[in-house]
Design a protein. Structure first.
Length: 424
């Protein structure tokens, strides 16, 4: 403050450095400028990575590589297991009926197609959608089979295997000629020698023979016989004697074979050579037989696997399935009946008779407990009647003391090694 001036008047001197308020434009131009320098907190520094030695880094890398290797091995093992299951399922599917025919090839000898009805056999097989090929066989006029084997192993491929069956077709003239030579002593080929020669050419094969139009031959024999009888009745006894002589000459020459001669030859082949001979009235019927034979060959592995029950005795189909028992107890009576049937020499009728008298094992044990002596318990079931058959042919018998004793011992004995059936 100055109290005077040049003009001698009192005045107030304004300060020259008075701050002005900041305008909006100035504050808008610098929006990021902090009002106070210490207002924002500092960001913490990132954690420092631990330092590993060279040996530790190698160990960590080795462990990671080992884990990765184990995962790869496990993945490959899972894939191989899937492939193995897929191959096994394919192999089992190839054996099922309806699918196995696709893996069978019928091999026909070219001589067969030159025979009168050979073309009908080929057409019958092709109509059944079987794959057929024509190749020379060791035995003329024969049929063999090949199977495409689907392996259950992944690495192994499909292979073709020869089936053990062989079907040989004999013409009627050949069969009659060999049968006639078998009836007479001579050096010509007989059925026995022919089969021996075929088995020598095809060792290990299961041989079957088929002959067509045999019934036509027997029918013609009957017609000729009736004609000769009528001729003899017309011309008298002289002509009849001549007819008998001609018939004897024809039979001795081997041109006429009776049904009895053929049946004796078939029995001889079945007993001595284990060879089955089938006769057919026509080539069409023989073609149907070849188709059914091929189907049987195709389904043979499936049926063999199905028959492998693991038991040394035969099990009926119903026994293999067992008995279904529901929550209400339905089916327990059938289980009890089959338990009785497990005894030796016990039929279905005998088991039903015991079950009818005592519908459950508990009722049978209660009946045993009411008996006063051991002998009475053993003979308690002996007088139960067993009815067999119906109507006028029905018969009845009793359970008997032997089976009654065995059932009693089985129900009451605590000896696991007790032999129930003394007679075996």
């Amino acid at each position: 403050v100055s109290w005077g001036s040049q003009n001698g008047t009192r005045g107030v001197e304004r300060p020259s450095s008075c701050p002005l308020p900041a305008s909006r434009s100035d504050s808008a131009d610098q929006p990021n400028r902090p009002l106070v320098s210490g207002a924002s907190p500092e960001t913490p520094p990132p954690p420092k990575k631990p330092k590993y030695s060279q040996k530790e880094r190698e160990a960590i890398s080795q462990a990671a590589w080992q884990r990765r290797k184990e995962r790869e091995a496990q993945r490959r093992q899972q894939e191989e297991e899937k492939e193995r299951k897929r191959a096994l399922a394919k192999m089992l599917k190839a054996q099922r009926p309806g699918e196995c025919q696709k893996y069978i090839t019928v091999v026909l000898d070219p001589v067969l197609l030159q025979v009168e009805g050979g073309g009908q056999i080929l057409r019958a097989l092709q109509a059944a959608n079987y794959s057929c090929v024509v190749e020379s066989q060791a035995v003329p006029c024969s049929i063999t089979w090949r199977r495409k084997t689907v392996s259950s192993q992944i690495a192994e491929g499909d292979e073709w295997t020869e089936e053990p069956n062989v079907l040989v077709l004999l013409r009627l003239e050949e069969f009659l000629s060999m049968e006639a030579c078998g009836c007479t002593e001579g050096q010509k080929e007989t059925l026995q020698s022919y089969i021996a020669r075929v088995m020598e050419k095809m060792p290990g094969k299961i041989l079957a023979l088929a002959v067509a139009e045999v019934e036509n031959y027997f029918r013609s024999l009957r017609v000729r016989s009736k004609k000769r009888l009528r001729q003899a009745a017309v011309n008298g006894n002289q002509e009849e004697e001549q007819g008998k002589r001609r018939k004897k000459e024809v039979k001795d020459s081997g041109l006429e074979i009776t049904r009895m001669d053929v049946e004796e030859a078939l029995v001889d082949l079945q007993l001595c050579k284990q060879v089955q001979v089938s006769f057919f009235e026509s080539w069409e019927e023989l073609g149907e037989f070849a188709t059914m034979f091929t189907k049987a060959v195709a389904e043979a592995p499936f049926k063999r696997e199905r028959e492998k029950t693991g038991f040394s005795f035969y099990l009926e189909k119903g026994w293999c399935r067992g008995v279904k028992v529901d929550h209400s107890g339905k089916g327990l009576l059938e289980v009890w009946k089959r338990q009785i049937q497990q005894f030796n020499r016990v039929s279905l009728e005998m088991a039903e008779a015991v079950v009818s008298a005592y519908p459950s094992p508990q009722l049978l044990n209660q009946a045993y407990s009411r008996c006063s002596s051991e002998q009475e318990r053993e003979n308690m079931l002996a007088n139960i009647l067993v009815r067999r058959g119906d109507g006028v042919t029905a018969t009845s018998r009793r359970i008997g003391p032997e089976l009654s004793r065995r059932i009693y011992l089985q129900m009451t004995s605590h000896d696991p090694d007790l032999y129930l059936d003394v007679t075996g």
